[in-house]
Each structure stands twice: as structure tokens, then as C-alpha cells.
Design a protein around this ligand. Structure first.
Ligand code: HEM
Length: 269
């Protein structure tokens, strides 16, 4: 839920920043940026703690192979470190060029610096997520963006507090250009959840391959999938076009609103 609030607040901030940069609808721009930055900062912090922290712990308890893959931990380790960057090499079961902060993963997961965290190699090959690379990168993109959101909303809040934000054009540019990033973070979050639960449809009990229908042909499934994808593509494009159109047109002026009200309920009627 905080991901949705975060997305809404970044959208509002981005639009407000655009109005301020374009020197258009300045009153609305100031309100949008103020509200968006405050709510965005609160939602970004909640996304990390307690939301992200709780999600991580329940993954450790119920889906340990997902945790190992998303963290890029190949061997079981006591006092496991957290990977900041690195590229998983699944052919050789190792992480290339890693930058790791020692012991932090053990602490975040089990509140003990030397706790043992199971690595991917501890699971039989048919019980490991099939797309370890994509899962690892999705998770790191989500958390990386989450950290970036805290940094920019924190800095923007500081400037707002010092009454400098509306004149600081580079920060307004950053806020405007950041508008699409929460959409990417949400998508990366869902990638993490869904790729990580593979190859299970019921974790640890039933493989995804065993969950497929015996009465439905693959052609039927493909046809329905293409239909849904086409429908969502159309709706998505329509959404983008309408939002851009409305944003460029901007809010109605006072005269326009008064004129509209009078048209609906003429004075003296
Ligand atoms: C800041 C650090 C963050 C941490 C530590 C974190 C942690 C996690 C974890 C562990 C999962 C997997 C949950 C599961 O598989 O059951 C997850 C999923 C997800 N995350 Fe994040 N996340 C963070 C930031 C974000 C941000 C910034 C967004 C979006 C704006 C986001 C949106 C999502 C979504 C949509 C899911 C999938 C839905 C779900 O499983 O609840 N996350 N996150």
C-alpha cells in the first residue's frame, strides 16, 4: 500500500515541479510540491521500515530459497553480508565483482550478527528459483530506487523547510524526472515476489508445472494472454495520453470555474 501512496505522491510532486519550472499555475505547483514531498518522504521511509523489513523477514521464514537468490547469496554463511552491487554468475554459482557490507544480512534477517543464512547451493537444483539473475536484479533495482526516493525526498524536504525549494530549479528538475521511477520500483517488486516463489505454486508442496490445467490447451492460454495484454496496452496508452493532456492543460482558472457553475445553475434560477 505504501508503494501506491509513494507513486501517487511522486506523481503529484512531479506535476507541481513541472508547473513551477514552466512558471505556470504557480499556486497549484507550490501546493502539489509541498504535499507531494511531505507524503513522499513519509511513504519512502515506511517502504524501507517497517514494510520492507517485515517483508524480508517473512520471506526468510517461509521462502528461504527466494531470500538467498534475491540477495545473491550462493553459499550458506554465518555472519552473511549484504550485497550492495555485484553480478550473479549462475553457471559457476558465485557473485562477480561484489561490494558487500559484512554481517548485515544476518543481522537484518535474524537480529544476530553471526546468524546462519542459507545460500542457494543449500537447495536442490529443482527447488531453486529458475531466473536467479532477473530476481536478483529486480530486487536490487527496487531497493536501490527505494534508497534513492528517501534521499531525494529527504533533501527536498530540507529545502522546503528552509523555504528554498521553489527557487531551486535543479531539485525541481530531479523531482519532475523522478515521476516514472516508483512505477519501475513497483514492477520490480512484483518481479521479485513472483520470480522468487518459483518453481512452486504452493511453496514447498506443489511445483508450478503440477498446477497447470489438463483441460485447457496452451493455444487457448496464449490467445487469452494476448487478448489481456492488448487490452492493457490500449488502456495504458489511453491513460498516458489523457494524463499528459490534462497535465499540459492545467487546472481551470477561477473565471472558468465560475462560468461553468453559472452554466449548470444560472443565477436567479
Ligand atoms: C526501500 C527498501 C525496500 C525493501 C527492503 C523492500 C523489500 C521487499 C521485499 C522483501 C519484497 C518481497 C516480498 C515477498 O516476496 O513476499 C518486496 C516486494 C514488493 N515491493 Fe519492495 N522493498 C523496498 C522498496 C520498495 C519500493 C520503493 C517500492 C515501490 C514504490 C516497492 C514495491 C514492492 C512491491 C509492489 C512488491 C510486491 C508486492 C508484495 O509482495 O508485497 N518496494 N519488497
Amino acid at each position: 500500500m505504501s508503494g501506491a501512496v509513494l507513486t501517487g505522491s511522486f506523481f503529484m510532486t512531479g506535476l507541481g515541479a513541472y508547473y513551477l519550472l514552466a512558471k505556470n499555475h504557480l499556486d497549484y505547483g507550490r501546493i502539489f510540491v509541498t504535499l507531494g514531498v511531505i507524503v513522499g518522504l513519509i511513504a519512502s521511509v515506511i517502504q524501507l521500515y517497517p514494510s520492507g523489513d517485515l517483508e524480508g523477514r517473512q520471506v526468510a521464514d517461509y521462502q528461504p530459497s527466494k531470500l538467498a537468490a534475491m540477495e545473491g547469496l550462493f553459499s550458506t554463511e554465518q555472519g552473511a553480508g549484504i550485497v550492495i552491487i555485484g553480478q550473479p554468475d549462475t553457471a559457476n554459482n558465485r557473485l562477480d565483482n561484489p561490494i558487500i557490507v559484512p554481517k548485515v544480512l544476518s543481522f537484518l534477517t535474524y537480529q544476530h550478527w553471526n546468524a546462519k543464512v542459507k545460500g542457494i547451493n543449500a537447495f536442490p537444483p529443482d527447488q531453486r528459483p529458475d531466473s536467479i539473475d532477473l530476481l536478483y536484479y529486480s530486487y536490487h533495482i527496487m531497493v536501490g530506487l527505494g534508497t534513492f526516493f528517501i534521499a531525494i525526498t529527504g533533501l527536498a524536504f530540507l529545502l522546503l523547510w528552509r523555504k528554498l525549494l521553489f527557487q531551486t530549479r535543479w531539485m525541481l528538475w530531479v523531482l519532475m524526472l523522478a515521476t516514472p521511477f516508483p512505477f519501475i520500483a513497483n514492477t520490480a517488486g512484483w518481479f521479485t515476489t513472483e520470480l522468487g516463489r518459483q518453481p512452486w505454486v504452493v511453496f514447498g508442496l506443489m511445483h508450478t508445472a503440477q498446477g497447470s490445467s489438463t483441460t485447457l490447451s496452451s493455444g487457448n492460454v496464449l490467445f487469452t494472454l494476448i487478448g489481456f495484454a492488448g487490452m492493457y496496452l490500449l488502456l495504458g496508452l489511453l491513460y498516458v495520453v489523457l494524463v499528459v493532456f490534462e497535465a499540459l492543460r492545467g487546472p481551470k482558472t477561477e473565471e472558468e470555474t465560475t462560468q461553468e457553475t453559472e452554466e449548470i445553475a444560472p443565477q436567479g434560477a
